[in-house]
Design a protein around this ligand. Structure first.
Ligand code: ACO
Length: 314
């Protein structure tokens, strides 16, 4: 089968208006701005909105930048851990808001979901489809106990989206994985808030990043030296630093938005990608790695020869 290529024709992201700073949290739990910044790298998070509403707003921005309308979208893939309802999925509601007439499904792979979505989108392009809308959207507020200092300091809401299409770029290598032995280190029962063994999640996250990055590099026939830019899932700056020490990446070649957003699960990588594109830190032809990891455990990495979103239509 001919490789059709992979181009990001438009990327967009949104955060809800309500800002909750670390100092705000310290009013209701035994913590401090200094502790949270030092142990996580998080300065504030955003609350409010619905998953479908945030998803649609981010998707609209991505579609505007891609200069496409609802009729141009062939599939909607929505990565979310926090659907609006237990039934049905949230993707059909997002498609309705946007006026899409196409397939629309949710991907539940926790913080890895958006990168899983990119690999699935590549599969659709290989089957001849022309434009796939891949969205990551979360309202983690809905399953976070903001009086629990173990989890309440970490999570926030937000959404990011991309329209992808055939083009001069390419997915050079990828890796998707899961290990269900670790379900009960980060999980939520129906109707309840998240429970987490923070130390074990930290350990497994560092291992998963390393393993997945290396598997994708092997598949691409590349080494870490070939990678120009990396965007990891934004969970904890210390997780990234620990993994980078093992892999040999630097923070200078790393996209981060954690300080402003907290952990937004499936939304964190497209939220960060949007910021990085605003800053002009990725150019056509760069070799870019995206690494997701999260509850499940799940992990997902793509390595791309970058093409797209020059912000022309913004
Ligand atoms: N504020 C102040 N003190 C705190 C807080 C807090 N919010 N939380 C814990 N402490 C205290 C503890 O009580 C403990 O005190 P002690 O030494 O007197 O007993 C001390 O700080 C150290 O506690 P630890 O639990 O060892 O803190 P740690 O450095 O492990 O940090 C944290 C906790 C931030 C949750 C960390 O384990 C972590 O980030 N884990 C990964 C979690 C994660 O990223 N989850 C994301 C979801 S999944 C994903 O995206 C991969």
């Amino acid at each position: 089968m001919t490789q059709p290529g992979f181009r990001f024709s438009g990327v967009g992201s949104v955060l809800p208006d309500k800002v909750v700073t670390n100092d705000d949290l310290a009013k209701t739990m035994d913590t401090s701005d200094e502790w949270i910044r030092e142990r996580t790298g998080i300065g504030e998070r955003r609350l409010g909105g619905t998953t479908s509403g945030l998803a649609a707003d981010a998707a609209r921005l991505a579609m505007e930048r891609a200069n496409v309308g609802p009729d141009d979208i062939d599939q909607l893939l929505l990565a979310t851990t926090t659907p609006d309802y237990m039934l049905p999925g949230t993707a059909p509601a997002v498609a309705e808001i946007l006026g899409l007439d196409c397939g629309a499904i949710d991907i539940q792979a926790a913080c890895s979901g958006w990168v899983y979505g990119l690999v699935m989108a590549n599969g659709f392009l290989l089957q001849g489809e022309k434009r796939i809308l891949v969205v990551g959207a979360e309202t983690l507020e809905r399953m976070t106990d903001y009086t629990d200092r173990g989890t309440g300091i970490l999570f926030g809401n937000g959404a990011g989206a991309a329209v992808v299409e055939p083009g001069p770029g390419e997915i050079l290598g990828w890796d998707l994985g899961a290990d269900g032995k670790y379900v009960k280190i980060l999980w939520a029962e129906h109707g309840e808030n998240m429970s987490m063994d923070g130390k074990e999640v930290f350990r497994q996250a560092v291992t998963a990043i390393q393993r997945s990055a290396n598997a994708a590099l092997d598949r691409a026939g590349l080494t870490t030296d070939d990678i120009d830019f990396v965007i990891p899932h934004q969970a904890n700056i210390r997780i990234v630093e620990a993994a980078w020490k093992r892999l040999g990446f630097t923070m200078e070649q790393t996209g981060m938005r954690l300080e402003e957003t907290g952990n937004t699960s499936a939304a964190s990588i497209p939220l960060t990608l949007d910021k990085v594109l605003d800053e002009g830190r990725i150019s056509d032809g760069d070799t870019v790695m995206l690494i997701g990891f999260g509850a499940g455990m799940t992990w997902a990495t793509t390595i791309m020869r970058w093409s797209g979103d020059d912000r022309a239509a913004a």
